[in-house]
Design a protein around this ligand. Structure first.
Ligand SMILES: Cc1cc2nc3c(=O)[nH]c(=O)nc-3n(C[C@H](O)[C@H](O)[C@H](O)COP(=O)(O)OP(=O)(O)OC[C@H]3O[C@@H](n4cnc5c(N)ncnc54)[C@H](O)[C@@H]3O)c2cc1C
Length: 390
């Protein structure tokens, strides 16, 4: 009998990867588990706009992966996974090759520049800890500089609206009773912001955008982008910062060209989150396109989290020679938070809004924060009882 433990390699220690490792529990000792992540910490992405707003410290969002792995008997490799080579080998940067019996791809998503090279070169984004720190630094420079600066947020989806409101909040905090030393404008290609939401949720959120004094340009065409200058609908705006918030796409791990993907580059998975034709490879979270009926699940923490748990159970079943069980997603809803302390959305099919919506958003964030220490300090910071640091 072959007693060699089977090897499981997980790419990405975000919501899906961490939840998977936690849910594996003791099974991890029967599998040789390796986590590969290009960062040393998992980052709690939903609170990045709050870091920009100055409401929470960046360090409250960070969860060290090496310590986490050590406690669970999991090997941690702090490297980028580059590509698949054949059916059982993963190549890391630096050329190291990892062989696996099972592979879980949970590498998350990154900004989609839709091929716009200037936006990539000159624009800011808000999709990681470095982005939040860089944008916060820019904001502080602008606040201490000459008035007249403009923040241009490209994309009027929920992240764009959240980011714009965070900038306004920070400006108002800095200005006290005066007016903020900069203006914020959302540039949306579509005829409306938050256009993919039901009107009952989008309308009050748009009203809040207006109340906050955020300018909105609809059906906006962006022309040339340079350092500190952007052409919008033929007009050149000088002394501005461009923040690219026009969509996300799955992180692309090369070598898997044979696997079908959706428009966001996400890997199509079957009902138990495995790749069609490769029963030993799973894709989870933002990397996966899981179709609940015809419609694909959106990128959200709750699905990444639940997919991690389902996959841990299925790996356990496979280790015992059983068939995996299908993933049955439950959609608890969503919220669009504004830094002004209001949020709108749908929770368990019920429309919620205003201050209660915002309270619920932060409650869920605290609940999903990955360590007890961060959870406690986050509560103190949100309640204004502890100083924030950036
Ligand atoms: C600003 C912002 C606000 C958001 N707000 C909300 C919200 O309010 N509610 C909500 O539900 N969702 C929100 N989301 C989306 C949510 O954060 C994602 O759906 C969720 O993080 C996906 O989890 P994941 O495990 O798939 O990926 P992630 O949590 O992104 O983790 C991916 C991990 O993979 C690692 N990685 C990436 N590439 C490689 C590589 N090549 N090699 C090795 N490691 C790699 C990364 O370092 C990272 O640790 C928000 C996202 C952003 C950016």
């Amino acid at each position: 009998m072959n007693s060699r433990p089977q090897s499981l390699v997980i790419v990405g220690g975000g919501f899906a990867g961490v939840r998977l490792i936690r849910a594996l529990g003791r099974t991890a000792s029967r599998l040789k588990v390796t986590l590969v992540d290009r960062r040393r910490e998992a980052v709690f992405l939903p609170l990045l706009p709050d870091v920009v707003a100055g409401k929470v410290s960046l360090e409250r969002l960070l969860f060290p992966l090496d310590k986490f792995c050590r406690r669970r008997g999991v090997e941690f490799i702090n490297r980028s996974a580059l590509r698949l080579a054949g059916s059982n080998t993963l190549v890391l940067d630096g050329g190291r090759e990892l062989h696996f019996d099972y592979l879980v791809l949970a590498a998350g998503a990154e900004p989609n520049f839709h091929g716009n090279r200037e936006a990539r070169e000159f624009g800011f984004t808000l999709a990681g800890k470095e982005d939040a720190a860089r944008l916060r630094r820019r904001l502080e420079e602008v606040i201490s500089g000459r008035p007249g600066h403009t923040f241009l947020v490209v994309g009027g989806g929920y992240t764009g609206v959240e980011t714009a409101s965070a900038l306004v909040y920070a400006g108002r905090q800095a200005a006290g009773s005066g007016s903020p030393p900069f203006t914020v404008r959302i540039l949306e290609l579509a005829p409306q912001i938050l256009g993919n939401l039901p009107e009952a949720i989008a309308v009050p959120a748009r009203r809040e955008v207006e109340r906050l004094g955020i300018g909105v340009s609809l059906s906006a065409r962006i022309g040339e982008i340079g350092k500190d200058r952007v052409e919008v609908d033929g007009e050149v705006i000088e002394d501005c910062t461009l923040i690219w918030s026009a969509g996300m796409k799955a992180v692309d791990l090369g070598g898997g060209e044979d696997f079908p993907r959706d428009r966001q580059g996400r890997l199509e998975v079957n009902e138990d989150l495995r790749l069609p034709g490769a029963g030993h490879i799973f894709a989870l979270g933002d990397t996966a396109c899981f179709r609940d009926g015809e419609s694909p699940l959106r990128m959200a923490v709750q699905f990444s989290w639940a997919e991690g748990i389902r996959t841990a159970r299925n790996l356990r079943r496979l280790a015992r020679g059983r068939q995996p069980r299908p993933y049955r997603p439950i959609d608890y809803g969503y919220l669009i938070p504004c830094a002004s302390g209001k949020a709108w959305g749908l929770i368990l099919g019920v429309r919620v809004g205003g201050r209660f919506g915002s309270f619920f958003h932060y409650f869920m964030c605290v609940l999903r924060t990955l360590s007890w220490k961060n959870r406690l300090l986050l509560i103190l910071e949100l309640a204004g009882l502890k100083r924030r640091r950036w």
